[in-house]
Ligand binder design. Sequence first.
Ligand code: NI
Length: 155
Amino acid sequence: MAIRKIVKIGDDTLRKVCRPVTQIDKRILTLLGDMAETMYAADGVGLAAPQVGILRRVVVIDVGEGLVELINPEIVATEGASVGPEGCLSVPGRRGLVERPTKVTVHALDRKGREIEVVGTGLMAVALCHEIDHLDGVIYVDKMIKDITDQEEEE
Ligand code: NI
């Protein structure tokens, strides 16, 4: 595994629509491993492939409940709405308030190509929405209600 360079906002790569994975080959498995290592090294809770410059529908998330790897993830159901703080490894030094569903159901493939369903609530629901948005060229700042200042963060 290797730590990859994280693409920052302003780079066109983050604005492209990613292609689905058609074959889970060695390159995709290496990508998954590298993305997890990169996410942990950067102290993030999620990372999408375009953030390391790869325009494929691949996401890794760990909100403290263990690593979740998603290939070709799709949101199939949402419930509720809640406004909460969000940040992004591609948007350093900034956080903002975003409205997201409180519960999200996602269908995806795991690294063995098996169809899986992931149901996330709270932070996991936010992470699923945030990372899947990246696969369609959407960054949380596009949906942000307002910036959070350091002072507000401490309150
Ligand atoms: Ni992000």
